[in-house]
Design a protein around this ligand. Structure first.
Ligand SMILES: O=C(O)CCC(=O)C(=O)O
Length: 293
């Protein structure tokens, strides 16, 4: 049986909660193929870089060692258990609100929706985001020195881990639409079709920005995705998916008995300058456009 954790410090007595959303149609995640990862970052060739540009993604095994994965898991657990008092970037499922002090370690992990902005509080996770081999690969795909502007961790608990509906990450970032942005999604558990691995639409980034709507989340309209074949990206722990900031992607609900934990870092070129929310919404929002969902 896992230990109760109410003896641990509770630095943030009213942490953020996420209200949740209704279930999704299975037709949103019709898998036509699964991605085949390159063996390691050392094995990446110019052809793989060309594949990334053409398809909008590249899956790579062994980006992090099993020791690094273990370190990341421990560091995340420390954040979740409130052992890093300066860190407040955690959001819990609304169903756990008011009960956090009574949960076991496993229950508390499974009540987390996501963690954000932890690298300045957790040097072990920061070190992973700055791994030299990772940064050199990112420099190849971004065309200049990478700058990480967002860090998060996403936990999909067994049996009810929620969907992240289809979206383009750039719809969330106040950055120029034309700027090269790369997401790096790192598996800390085996990520499988059953437990909600990443699904994407290859080449979808060439179609440019899509209108996003506030529905189950800030997302692409379901009817634009429904029944369209996607590529699923199962990964072993330590494997990573690199993907373009305009590539449509999403993850289905985890109905399996297995937890699915991941880190996600986003990088732009060091010279990239911020724009504004107004500019972002003028491109990705539906306001003032003759569109419905
Ligand atoms: O890990 C997940 O479930 C979804 C991650 C994702 O696509 C995002 O947060 O933008």
């Amino acid at each position: 049986m896992s230990a109760k954790i109410n003896a641990h410090p509770q630095p943030n007595p009213s942490p953020a909660v996420d209200p949740g959303s209704e279930p999704h149609s299975p037709d949103l995640y019709t898998v036509a193929a699964t991605a085949t990862p390159v063996d390691s970052l050392d094995a990446v060739t110019e052809e793989h870089i060309a594949f990334y540009r053409q398809e909008g993604y590249l899956a790579v095994d062994n980006v992090f060692t099993s020791a690094e994965v273990e370190t990341a898991r421990i560091a995340l657990l420390d954040l979740i258990l409130g052992r890093v008092p300066s860190f407040t970037g955690i959001s819990f499922e609304a169903s756990a609100a008011g009960r956090l002090g009574e949960l076991t370690v496993d229950e508390r992990q499974d009540a987390v929706r996501k963690l954000m902005h932890f690298v300045d509080h957790e040097p072990r996770l920061k070190a992973l985001s700055e791994k030299p081999a990772l940064l050199s690969f990112l420099e190849r795909i971004l065309g200049e020195r990478p700058h990480m502007f967002q860090d998060m961790a996403l936990i999909k608990p067994p049996r009810f881990g929620r969907e992240k509906p289809w979206h383009q990450d750039k719809a969330y970032f106040d950055l120029p639409v034309a700027a090269r942005v790369a997401g790096v999604w790192i598996a800390l558990d085996p990520a499988t079709v059953e437990n909600g691995c990443m699904h994407l639409q290859p080449r979808g980034h060439h179609q440019g920005p899509r209108i996003h709507f506030k529905r189950r989340d800030w997302q692409i309209c379901d009817t634009d995705i429904m029944g369209k074949p996607s590529v699923a990206v199962p990964l072993r722990p330590g494997g990573a998916l690199f993907f373009d900031g305009l590539l449509p992607h999403g993850t289905p609900t985890n109905y399996s008995p297995h937890r699915r934990k991941a880190l996600q870092f986003h990088y732009a070129g060091a010279s990239c300058e911020k724009t504004s929310t107004e500019e972002r919404l003028a491109v990705f929002g539906s306001e003032g456009k003759d569109v419905t969902c």
